[in-house]
Design a binder for this molecule. Structure first.
Ligand code: SF4
Length: 308
């Protein structure tokens, strides 16, 4: 338990998985006979459309953006842990003393979404435990080439950018590291199948002009690390898929501009994720999924301890 009061967090909602800010959508004018402008994208923007086109529309097309009136505790937890690790690895190796972790975590702790202060304090203690174990197992001399580093690349279709949690240098190659704080463990299949990780690897290779094929998921709650070694061909396939998604988005946006019904141009794909969708309240198709309390995803972390 922290010895000092937890600070109030700013009134902002951290982005899911844990998170990261989106690139701005740059409007470019197209003229007849000219090639289609590049589609400005991040991996999470593309994934949003693949998950549910309507959710994408609310988040990226509708202006003003419909209000998100839920602050999820699991997003707060993910953002807090990611920021603490960013600041930890931003310290010179000689200054990374375990006692620093509680200071770093407290300094940027996000308080939103918890059931009450008791639950928040219990989760803080759990998160601190994750961090202490993680840094104890890490190479004390690790000197990442980037922490929360934005990487970008252009293709004939995409102006792609995204922020990688960490980019390590191992020998002559770079490695993409992504932190996970979810309840469920991670698998090698997830690392292999993650479009976001493959796109970060592709973009990091372009930015640093250095081979980048390995991607890793580091699951803080269990201390599990899983990875996958991409080939040039598998990275290319990830880019091809991202370009195909971008073309689908461009087609939907064009249809909207030409007067199509927004709900037809951007259809729904209801499923279990609707329970955690920021736009569930304004989406009739999402009502079939049960509404969740903002702290639902963190409650199981502390249930054994405080019976919430
Ligand atoms: S509630 Fe479900 S169907 Fe509706 S926008 Fe969200 S994810 Fe899509």
């Amino acid at each position: 338990m922290p010895q000092e009061p937890l600070p109030a967090s700013p009134p902002t909602t951290p982005a899911p998985e844990p998170r990261r800010p989106e690139a701005e959508i740059i409007e470019q004018l197209g003229f007849e006979g000219m090639p289609e402008p590049l589609f400005v994208a991040t991996p999470s923007k593309l994934a949003s459309f693949e998950d549910c086109p309507r959710r994408y529309r609310h988040a990226y097309v509708d202006r003003p953006t419909p209000p998100k009136d839920v602050h999820w505790a699991h997003n707060s937890l993910g953002a807090s842990v990611h920021t603490a690790l960013r600041n930890w690895f931003g310290l010179p190796p000689g200054h990374r003393r375990p006692g620093e972790l509680v200071r770093l975590l407290r300094a940027t702790w996000v308080s939103e979404g918890y059931r009450n202060e008791q639950q928040e304090r219990a989760v803080f203690a759990i998160a601190l435990g994750w961090l202490e174990r993680y840094v104890a197992d890490a190479d004390p001399h690790l000197d990442p080439i980037g922490v929360e580093r934005t990487v970008a690349a252009k293709t004939s279709v995409l102006a792609l950018s995204g922020r990688a949690d960490r980019i390590d240098r191992r020998g002559d190659e770079l490695v993409i590291v992504d932190y996970k704080t979810g309840r469920f463990g991670v698998t090698e299949d997830e690392a292999r199948g993650s479009a976001a990780l493959a796109l970060y690897a592709f973009a990091a290779g372009q930015v640093f002009r250095r081979a980048c094929h390995r991607v890793e998921l580091h699951h803080l709650p269990t201390g599990t690390v899983v990875g996958h070694e991409h080939s040039d061909a598998s990275l290319r396939r990830a880019v091809d898929r991202a370009e195909a998604t971008a073309r689908d988005i461009q087609a939907a946006e064009r249809a909207l501009d030409e007067g199509a019904d927004p709900d037809i141009a951007f259809p729904t794909t209801p499923g279990t994720l609707c329970s955690y969708c920021d736009f569930r309240k304004i989406c009739p198709d999402g009502q079939g999924a049960p509404a969740k309390q903002p702290w639902a995803a963190v409650a199981s972390l502390v249930e054994p301890a405080q019976n919430v």
